[in-house]
Design a protein around this ligand. Structure first.
Ligand SMILES: *Cc1c(COP(=O)(O)O)cnc(C)c1O
Length: 422
């Protein structure tokens, strides 16, 4: 039955049989993912019940947005799920980078120092912090930055961290996901160990976790192991594919308020900010997020298993435990990288008929090819892939709003790369 519809969608029998066999072998892994998704789904549902989310919450406000019941209730729902005192969940937060920038600049003051104990943070934060010189960076406001790199084996360099903490250290930022680096992604438990260690050296620092791509992968979040703030993007996991924009900052009341004072203004903080007409998407997206994240996880593991079998190096390997939704495959040649992205694009629900082409992206030293045919522009909880056109031709991909779609997308990449030679 399925073989035929796959064939109608451009997957020939050999690719179908090869990939289906691999999917069959992943049943146990998928059961475990489903169990976590079930737990997380109920955790989110309980927060909806406890906060009495009602139909009025789905409406929007305009203008100042004073007393916006939908917005305020949603922030309490987030607080319950992340087990924090408070949260800021807003369409006025434009993306993950913005959420992180607001959290940092709201909580740091001139003379303070920021520490990253897990190496270089995500690319876009370099200009926020001023690692790369940029107008408006924290550095311009007299906020210094230090970093302790991870050891070669991916473990924490406790000596270097201890040496980096000093009387100026006010805030610590920990990136949960590897992002597009090759270091391992941190499990929530490892983040907890790191936080305990740092608190042992200096108890009163503010510890923030960049939670991008990590939400709902585990059954607990970094805010449950001592993080003061968790920060992320709504066009990734917690938006469930439905949020058209936005970001969140959840954590200790004082620190969330500080972030809100920066996002809006001192004195106004969380009191203003119209939710316009998108509260329904924010609620529904958060409600869907656990199973959407599970679909993305299955897709990533399936892709790892398929490309391993085809003889490519993959990171992380298919059998490894997952702590985020990103999968990297070393494709070895430019043709393969182009073909992979072509496959992802061809599998997309939107813009399936366009062919992605590499371009000179600002801030990169090589051309970058990207594939995404998404309902929400730039959304990376939807099936998407990109890679720089340089050795060893790594592709990074993530997302998949449903497991059948993710599965088809990966099959389509195999068809593009190997269809003829299998
Ligand atoms: C995506 C991401 C960001 C930045 O988010 P944008 O929405 O792209 O600005 C920051 N950190 C990590 C780890 C990310 O994955």
């Amino acid at each position: 039955m399925n073989r035929e519809i796959y064939e109608e969608l451009g997957i020939d029998g050999k690719v179908y049989d090869f990939c289906s066999g691999i999917a069959e072998g992943l049943k146990e892994r998928f059961d475990e993912i489903d169990r976590r998704a079930e737990y997380n789904q109920l955790k989110v549902l309980k927060a909806f019940h406890d906060e009495q989310v009602g139909e009025a919450c789905l409406m929007g406000t305009t203008g100042y947005g004073y007393g916006d019941i939908g917005r305020d209730t949603l922030e309490r729902v987030y607080s319950r799920v992340f087990k924090t005192e408070d949260a800021l969940v807003r369409p006025q937060i434009t993306c993950g980078t913005h959420a992180l920038a607001v959290s940092l600049s709201g909580n740091l003051r001139p003379g303070d120092e920021l520490l990253s104990p897990v190496g270089k943070p995500y690319d876009t934060l370099e200009e926020v912090i001023g690692i790369r010189k940029a107008p408006g960076s924290l550095a311009e406001f007299g906020i210094s930055y230090r970093q302790a790199d991870l050891k070669d084996d991916g473990s924490f360099d406790y000596d270097a961290i201890k040496a980096a903490v000093n009387e100026k250290t006010r805030m610590v930022t920990i990136q949960r996901s590897k992002g597009y680096q090759t270091r391992p992604t941190l499990s929530v438990d490892r983040i907890g160990e790191l936080i305990s260690f740092i608190r042992g050296i200096k108890a009163d620092v503010i510890i923030q976790v960049d939670n991008c791509y990590g939400e709902f992968v585990d059954i607990k979040e970094p805010s449950e192991v001592g993080a003061d703030l968790v920060v992320g993007s709504l066009i990734k996991n917690p938006g469930g594919g439905l949020c058209p924009t936005g970001g969140y900052i959840a954590g200790k009341k004082e620190y969330v308020e500080n972030a809100a004072r920066r996002l809006t203004s001192p004195g106004l903080a969380k009191e203003v900010g119209a939710s316009l007409g998108i509260m329904r998407d924010f609620y529904q997206g958060f409600f869907m997020a656990p199973i959407i994240t599970a679909a993305a996880l299955k897709t990533a593991i399936f892709a790892a298993a398929v490309y391993e079998k085809l003889g490519f190096e993959v990171y992380p390997p298919s059998a490894e435990k997952r702590y985020d939704i990103i999968q990297a495959v070393t494709l070895k040649t430019e043709e393969n990288l182009n073909a992979f992205c072509k496959g992802v694009q061809a599998a997309a629900p939107v813009d399936s008929y366009v062919t992605p082409e590499a371009w000179d992206m600002p801030g990169y030293d090589a051309k970058v090819i990207m594939a995404a045919g998404a309902f929400v522009s730039g959304s990376s909880i939807e099936l998407s892939a990109d890679g720089p056109l340089k050795e060893p031709y790594n592709v990074y991909f993530q997302g998949g709003l449903s497991w059948p779609h993710g599965k088809y997308g990966i099959m389509r990449t195999v068809q593009e790369i190997m269809g003829r030679s299998l």
